[in-house]
Design a protein around this ligand. Structure first.
Ligand code: NAD
Length: 474
């Protein structure tokens, strides 16, 4: 493959699928059934804004319905196209299978630069787009459940949920039609941070295995590791913030639209984020030295590279120059299939997107279940759990009183506190990221014909999807 023949995003995903599928003994025809995207709906609709009609183009792709509902975010970006949405929908199928979220894969997008419209205009556009999807059951709690992605967040999800409720006034589960909603609209604690938190848990799990760390030519823990992150949006910000404030890693490079910041001593991620929110970019931020050619910082020397912005940023044009020994794909598809081959040959370890950024869909799954049960997690058991802990503490205190032993107040406080929704969500997410890593790792180390985590992840996912089709008799 040379640069001129670099495949499209969807072809890249298919190539990665093919590499893994070639190692499986699937019945004839099933491989293709799993790979192809079942359907893509394209909608063109008009909205009257600023005194004239504006036409918008939107997409919703359903990759696989081996489990329903299908699930996947909706992104708002000027470059959204069918190829991209189908690639992202396919990734969702494999991602859900890998983390055992009981969904098929889907994805949506609207060609729009959200920064070009005010809030009221965006609401009109979003509601109209949602209307088009809802009337075709492409938003529906039991069939197709969107979530936020690039350019969308809680606000857009709230508009979509409200639009669905208006059109289905007697559906008792209406609120489960999208996830990533604000708390007061049926959202769940920990969803906004979930994908970034998942990146942190994925890296923590990776560093629990010294043999894996050694393959990446690294050693020790996350403490002091130099990290470069591209894209300080929802995913990139939370990942970089948690890794620096909770794991002792050092964020030495931050790449944004207008350029990059570099500081070998590490940056305060919250300060950089505040600067971006205030000024629209990183230029002039005192946390680091400004570098106008932001993309060049992808090639900087560091321990861990976290591309968390958009697809195809590491391609056959720069794969030879990447110096990070470990890359974790926070964005979807940041490494093209061609670049993947080059990086793997160079011994660079890649923690693949379908695993790394699955934190979002995992917590979306928890939110959907919460919506269907109509009760927040922990509501029934929290006080009962606290009462049992209090009983144990009072017995311990009685027994140790004669010996003059005392429990430390910090231990008592922490032990007595029952788990609320946020603690339960984080625990469920951590468990999911650990188990999914274990399942990839078993294949990575257990099969002689598997040399990287991406092929391992695809193998686990494809086998699970195939099993699901087979059990339906297909
Ligand atoms: P976002 O819109 O919140 O953030 C994207 C960030 O990237 C923004 O800060 C933007 O300014 C920056 N950016 C855009 N173009 C850039 C460029 N050329 N160079 C450097 N920075 C650039 O989006 P997000 O929700 O954080 O999503 C980022 C990636 O993570 C996407 O690939 C998305 O599909 C993936 N993802 C998101 C979620 C989620 O829960 N939000 C879940 C899974 C995967």
């Amino acid at each position: 493959m040379d640069i001129a023949t670099e495949p499209s995003f969807r072809q890249s995903v298919d190539l990665m699928f093919n590499r893994a599928a070639a190692l499986l003994d699937l019945p004839p025809g099933l491989e293709e059934k799993i790979r192809v995207c079942n359907a893509t709906y394209i909608v063109r609709f008009g909205v009257r804004l600023r005194g004239r009609m504006h036409t918008f183009v939107g997409y919703r792709s359903v990759h696989s319905e081996h489990k329903e509902p299908v699930k996947g975010g909706i992104r708002f970006a000027p470059v959204v196209n069918q190829d991209e949405v189908e690639a992202l929908a396919a990734l969702m199928t494999y991602k859900c299978a890998l983390v055992e979220a009981p969904f098929g894969g889907s994805k949506g997008g609207l060609c729009i630069d959200p920064r070009a419209y005010d809030e009221h205009e965006l609401e009109q556009i979003t509601r109209r787009f949602a209307y088009e999807l809802i009337k075709r059951d492409l938003i529906n709690p039991s069939q197709n459940v969107p979530a936020p992605d690039m350019g969308t967040g809680e606000r857009e999800m709230a508009w979509m949920a409200d639009q669905y409720a208006r059109m289905h006034t007697t559906d008792i589960n209406a609120v489960a039609c999208v996830t990533g909603k604000p708390l007061e609209m049926g959202g769940i604690k920990g969803r906004v941070e979930a994908t970034g938190r998942g990146i942190q848990y994925a890296l923590q799990e990776f560093f629990r295995h010294p043999e894996d760390v050694a393959i990446a030519r690294l050693s020790g823990t996350l403490e002091g590791k130099r990290i470069v992150v591209q894209g300080l949006g929802n995913v990139g910000f939370h990942a970089a913030h948690f890794l620096s404030t909770e794991d002792g890693a050092s964020i030495v490079g931050i790449i944004e639209r207008d350029g990059a910041l570099w500081n070998p001593k590490g940056m305060n991620v919250q300060c950089v984020r505040d600067w971006i929110v205030e000024t629209g970019g990183v230029r002039g931020c005192p946390e680091g030295e400004f570098i106008a050619d932001g993309a060049s910082v992808l090639e900087a020397e560091c321990d861990i590279l976290i591309p968390a912005a958009l697809e195809g940023v590491i391609n056959m044009g720069n794969a030879h120059a990447i110096r990070a020994p470990l890359i974790i794909e926070a964005a979807n598809g940041p490494i093209t299939a061609g670049a993947d081959e080059i990086l793997c040959k160079r011994g660079i370890v890649i923690i693949p997107d379908l695993y790394a950024n699955a934190g979002g869909v995992t917590v979306s799954y928890f939110e959907w279940v919460k919506n269907l049960t109509h009760m927040r997690f922990g509501r029934l058991q929290r006080r009962q759990e606290e009462a049992r802990h209090a009983l144990l503490i009072s017995e311990l205190e009685r027994l140790s009183a004669d010996r003059g032993w005392q429990l430390s107040p910090d231990f008592k406080d922490r032990y007595l506190r029952g788990a609320g929704e946020l603690e339960l969500v984080r625990s469920g997410l951590d468990d999911t990221m650990r188990s999914a890593y274990q399942s990839m790792r078993e294949v990575w180390h257990g099969r002689r014909d598997v040399h990287d985590l991406r092929v391992a992840a695809y193998l686990v996912a494809i086998e699970r999807v195939a099993r699901s089709y087979r059990s339906k008799g297909l």
